[in-house]
Design a binder for this molecule. Structure first.
Ligand SMILES: Nc1ncnc2c1ncn2[C@@H]1O[C@H](COP(=O)(O)OP(=O)(O)OP(=O)(O)O)[C@@H](O)[C@H]1O
Ligand SMILES: [Mg+2]
Length: 294
């Protein structure tokens, strides 16, 4: 009796071990295929809900995230190259016209130089933004210090007035609070949001900025009653190089790169914060930045 139980037990154990081993072998083979660059490979163990099954699921989730992040990187590089090529093509065209003899006509030269200068500015801006984005991947670049919000916004308002020319910006002062933040980044965040607001409003529209206490920090908002963002654009505006389809003619045409909000979001997140947007066509747009105190 004992002998039979022993034999049966051993046989069952061996069976279990060999089945677990075959699953492990399946996982190893999948790992090897992924290492060879086939990121679409997954482990299939639908019948297992125990630890081995959980390991397979965790593994698949990890590969999924890696695959998504690789393909986002590829898209980013492709878009960046495309954005760089556009001004370069324009520059090349103008230079070719100049070299073919247009330099003898002062009016043509002036016109071409003007255009070339604009394209060079565009290239510089793009390079700056790409560098900023790369720097943000390294968190040591966030240099936090104590920022007294009221003082900061007052100082910012003076500089913003220069940027916005004759456009009025209403400031709504919130509670006197201070937070730990990188003042240069905070300034750039607000500048970018204001610049967008200015670009997407008409002369008589309203632009406002203010702050209030949030859940665990400060909520800073930038609001305009300009032409708003199309519902189809809204989920994409923080993506690199994404530019909305133009809704109306009130904002003057401008050729940005579509990196502005990508940078804003990256800077906010480098502070441990988050950004939200609400927008309605023909009613306006509100950006809400949630920053923690520390
Ligand atoms: N206040 C706003 N009102 C209406 N649309 C906006 C507003 N802010 C952003 N958008 C939309 O979101 C898009 C993305 O904004 P983002 O700042 O990233 O790029 P951009 O302003 O087009 O270019 P860049 O900032 O690089 O010069 C814009 O193209 C625009 O369609
Ligand atoms: Mg912008």
């Amino acid at each position: 009796g004992t002998l039979i139980t022993l034999i049966l037990g051993t046989a069952l154990g061996l069976l279990l071990i060999s089945s677990a081993l075959s699953e492990l072998r399946h996982m190893i083979a999948t790992c090897q295929r992924i290492t060879e660059g086939r990121m679409d490979q997954r482990v299939h163990l639908p019948q297992r809900s125990d630890e081995v099954g959980q390991l397979a699921q965790a593994f698949n989730k990890m590969v999924e995230r890696l695959e998504a992040s690789f393909s986002a990187q590829r898209r980013f590089v492709a878009s960046a190259a495309h954005e760089l090529r556009t001004p370069l093509t324009a520059l090349r065209g103008s230079l070719e016209v100049l070299m073919r003899g247009a330099q003898d006509d002062p009016a043509t030269v002036a016109h071409l130089c003007h255009g070339m200068y604009r394209e060079v500015l565009r290239l510089s801006k793009l390079c700056e933004e790409l560098l900023d984005l790369a720097k943000l991947e390294i968190s040591e670049n966030v240099q936090k210090e104590k920022v007294v919000l009221k003082e900061f916004v007052n100082e910012f308002e003076e500089q913003a007035r220069v940027l916005s020319q004759e456009r009025e910006i209403s400031i709504f002062e919130g509670p006197s609070v201070s937070l730990k933040a990188d003042p240069n980044m905070l300034k750039q965040i607000l500048f970018d949001l204001l610049q967008n607001a200015i670009q997407h409003t008409g002369r008589n529209d309203r632009i406002a900025l203010g702050w209030k206490l949030g859940d665990n920090g400060v909520d800073i908002w930038v609001e305009d009653n300009g032409h708003g963002i199309l519902a189809e654009d809204l989920p994409h505006i923080f993506e690199p190089f994404y530019q909305g389809k133009k809704v109306s003619e009130c904002g003057e045409h401008h050729k940005g790169s579509g990196l502005g909000l990508t940078l804003v979001k990256a800077m906010v997140e480098a502070h441990g914060g988050s950004i939200e947007v609400r927008s309605e066509v023909n009613r306006g747009t509100t950006f809400l930045i949630k920053l923690p105190f520390e």
